[in-house]
Write a protein that binds this ligand. Structure first.
Ligand code: UDP
Ligand code: MG
Length: 327
């Protein structure tokens, strides 16, 4: 079964039409589906329309948030409620075309865990299109997963992906990256993009700064989330080492002037190198202590989920009992 998850924030004009299109496509291709609308604190009539749709059609479910919690939260609530083996997310604004559903399912049947949409010809204003190209390129460089359109609203993924990755804040842009970091197989398919007919975009220019900060978060979490000391301690050691070299050089100089009298004595206290070495040593010691603190946090609190991801296993021999989990 396919669970279609649709985050909704003030989209009253599109909902009924979206349902109609999804239903038509799924019936035509005999896809067993459920449609889950998550009303993310809409102030318009969206919730009334969702209630109505859900009342009239048993495939439709509605979840209503008390206030606006953001797209990632809405998607998470949808994933938790989904019953299907295969989950699809889709924007409510009709910019994604439900007619694409079959080609996503085809890729899923080929064995991919995440099928990401790619708005090949994008019908958005230029100030969204160009920064987004730069953004996608940066994600590709930093994460190693090269996709054309990481933030595409339409994606399909296996329920295991939803169970293993955790999205919060605005991390919905990084679903494919987070899944890739856990070894899931990712692919993309080109999709038609339609321009927004009703309502307005919920994301302004702030998205770029936030997106960039989130990119740093995701790079850190997927690369060093389980071993923060390897990066913070590395940086710390580097600076500590620089400081130590500076101090050693100054000490040797001082000794050769004041003890061995190789040169005429001049004070070392006013040399810029002394200030640089002091700064580097403090910086290094600080980075190392923060690294150790981070390591303690991971060691004591970071074990609430597996740090690995299992794709398959053979059956256990009959009669044997699985080893109980070591707490
Ligand atoms: N959305 C949401 N909560 C928010 C912002 C957006 O549920 O806080 C939904 C919105 O209703 C739409 C989808 O997320 O279904 C994508 O939003 P939008 O179309 O505004 O983004 P854009 O297409 O401009 O990137
Ligand atoms: Mg949109």
């Amino acid at each position: 079964m396919l669970s279609i998850i649709v985050p909704v924030f003030d989209e009253q004009e599109s909902l009924a039409e979206l349902y109609r299109q999804v239903d038509a496509v799924c019936k035509e291709n005999s896809i067993d589906y459920e449609l889950i609308f998550i009303d993310d604190g809409s102030k318009d009539k969206s919730w009334e329309i969702i209630q109505q749709l859900s009342h009239e059609n048993q495939q439709v479910t509605g979840i209503r948030f008390r206030r606006n919690f953001g797209k990632a939260a809405a998607l998470t609530a949808g994933m938790k409620a989904a019953a299907g083996e295969c989950l699809m997310m889709m924007d409510a604004d009709l910019q994604d075309d439900p007619a694409e559903i079959p080609q996503f399912i085809e890729k899923f049947r080929e064995g991919f865990d995440v099928v990401n949409g790619w708005k090949e010809r994008r019908l958005d204003p230029w100030h969204k299109v160009y920064p987004s190209k730069v953004f996608n390129w940066m994600i590709g460089r930093l994460s190693g997963l090269k996709l054309h359109d990481h933030n595409c609203g339409i994606k399909l993924f296996h329920r295991d992906v939803a169970a293993e990755i955790r999205i919060y804040g605005e991390l919905h842009r990084f679903i494919a990256v987070l899944a890739y970091a856990r070894g899931f197989k990712i692919t993309e398919v080109p999709v038609h993009h339609r321009s927004r007919e009703f309502g307005h975009s919920k994301y302004g220019v702030k998205r770029f700064l936030r997106g960039f900060l989130d990119l740093l978060t995701v790079t850190f979490l997927t690369g060093y989330g389980q071993r923060p000391h390897h990066i913070l301690g590395g940086i710390g050691l580097f600076f500590f080492g620089l400081g130590a070299i500076g101090f050693t050089y100054l000490s040797i100089l001082w000794c050769s002037m004041n003890i061995l009298h190789l040169f005429p004595a001049s004070p070392i206290g006013s040399r810029p190198l002394l200030a640089y070495s002091t700064a580097a040593t403090i910086l290094g010691a600080q980075a190392m202590s923060i690294g150790l603190l981070a390591e303690m946090i991971v060691a004591y609190n970071g074990r609430d989920r597996d740090t690995y991801s299992v794709s398959e296993r053979t059956d256990l021999p009959t009669g044997s009992k699985p080893v109980s989990r070591i707490e």
